[in-house]
Every structure is written in structure tokens, then in C-alpha cells.
Design a protein around this ligand. Structure first.
Ligand code: SF4
Length: 231
């Protein structure tokens, strides 16, 4: 692809956002939740696990631990038994209990609605924090997961491979009010059309806006910290 000016890239990005919204009007958070606390728990569990499996586990989790206070007092083995089928359950147990204790100690038991506070919680990185902001608090949050990173690279919206740098570049190209829905639409596009191994470029509504079918090699996005990091 010939070198693209900043203005041209910004214009193309706006067209991509519109095309994505038209292609996936039903895009939304696929995790079941009824509060910021529940969404935070579900998002921590979703690391290396399907949303479908998380949604099968969380009803029992939320019935047993309905808020941060109750979760902060959880017994490790009891919690592990409930979340075992989401994988990495020992790390996730530490993250969930650590998160709940920090929320109780530092925020009066309520999930904080600010990125800088969320990322200080055990088990919470920028990706998880942006999910919570965008979906539980209606504060725009741009989520860079494996789908968003891969598609942004294929679309030529970024040359970065680090998730935080990808997020920063996309934040400059996508209008702030669209960050949350753009993230949902990109994730749906990754699941439905722009497959990691075999993208369906012939059926893709973004094809005319995308340099990938005729060129580029894809570099996977890397993440410095595991979503299931612990303190
Ligand atoms: S044209 Fe192909 S590579 Fe580009 S977004 Fe569509 S499916 Fe993905």
C-alpha cells in the first residue's frame, strides 16, 4: 500500500467505523452481568476462556458472592470449586479475592468508575478496565483484545504490536464517543468475518478500505501483562 497521509488515514478510519457499525448493529458485550461488580468478576474470568463458559459459571458465583464484601471474605477452595471450568482457576481465584479486598479497602466496596483506579486492582489491566468503563459506567473505553489488535493491524490503522500502543493509536483515529461500540463491532467482526487464520475477505464489507487482502503480513499483538495478573 502506498504511504498514506495522516489526514487520509483519519478519513479512512471514519469510514471503517461507519462500515463496522452497519455490518454489526447487534454488537455488544457478550458477558452476562447486572452490575459493575458482576461485570468485573466476569471479565476477570474471561481471560483464556469463552464468554459462553463464563456465563455458565457466573450465576452460581454471583449467588454465593453477591458483592465485593462477600467476595473479599471468600474461602480460596470454595471459590476455586465454582470457577474451575473457566481455566487458570487458581490465579483467577487470587485475582478475584484480591480485587474484592482492594475494592472494600480503598473504595468502600464499590467498583471505582475511573481507569486509573481500576488498573490498580489485582487482576485488572487496561483491557479489563476499558470493558468496565464502557459497559458498566457508559464512559468511553477502547478495548484492545486479540481481535481488535489483529484487525487494526490488517486494516493498516496501526503498525504497533503492543496492545497499549495500539490502544493509543486507535484512540486518536476513532471518535471518543464511539470507542466502546467500535470495540464491540471489531470483536464481532473478528469472530464473524476477519478470522485469525482465514479471514473471509471476499465477504467483508471493509474490503475496499483494507490493504490486507493484497499485501501485508500480520504480526500478532503482544501484551506486556497477563489479564490474570496478580498482586
Ligand atoms: S478485508 Fe479481510 S483482512 Fe480486511 S478486515 Fe475484511 S476480512 Fe479482515
Amino acid at each position: 500500500m502506498p504511504r498514506e497521509s495522516k489526514a487520509a488515514r483519519e478519513g479512512r478510519a471514519r469510514q471503517i467505523v461507519e462500515a463496522l457499525f452497519q455490518a454489526h448493529p447487534d454488537a455488544r458485550c457478550a458477558l452476562d452481568y447486572g452490575s459493575a461488580f458482576e461485570l468485573l468478576c466476569a471479565t476477570i474470568l474471561s481471560a483464556q476462556c469463552t464468554d459462553k463458559m463464563v456465563n455458565m459459571v457466573t450465576p452460581a458465583l454471583f449467588a454465593r458472592y453477591p458483592d465485593a464484601v462477600r467476595l473479599s471474605e471468600a474461602d480460596d477452595e470454595d471459590l476455586q470449586a465454582i470457577i474451575r471450568s473457566t481455566g487458570f482457576y487458581k490465579n483467577k481465584t487470587k485475582s478475584l479475592i484480591g480485587m474484592a479486598r482492594a475494592v472494600v479497602a480503598d473504595h468502600g466496596g464499590e467498583i471505582p468508575p475511573r481507569l486509573e483506579d481500576l488498573v490498580k486492582l489485582p487482576g485488572v489491566g487496561r483491557k479489563t478496565a476499558n470493558v468496565i468503563l464502557g459497559n458498566a459506567f457508559a464512559v468511553p473505553g477502547l478495548v484492545v483484545d486479540t481481535h481488535v489488535g489483529r484487525i487494526a493491524s490488517r486494516l493498516g490503522l496501526t503498525k504497533q504490536t503492543d496492545a497499549v500502543k495500539v490502544e493509543k493509536e486507535l484512540m486518536e483515529l476513532v471518535p471518543r464517543d464511539d470507542w466502546t461500540q467500535f470495540s464491540h463491532a471489531m470483536i464481532f467482526h473478528g469472530r464473524r468475518v476477519c478470522d485469525a487464520r482465514k479471514p473471509h475477505c471476499d465477504a467483508c464489507t471493509l474490503r475496499a478500505l483494507c490493504p490486507y487482502p493484497s499485501s501485508a503480513k500480520h504480526k500478532p499483538v503482544t501484551r506486556k501483562k497477563s489479564p490474570a495478573k496478580r498482586k
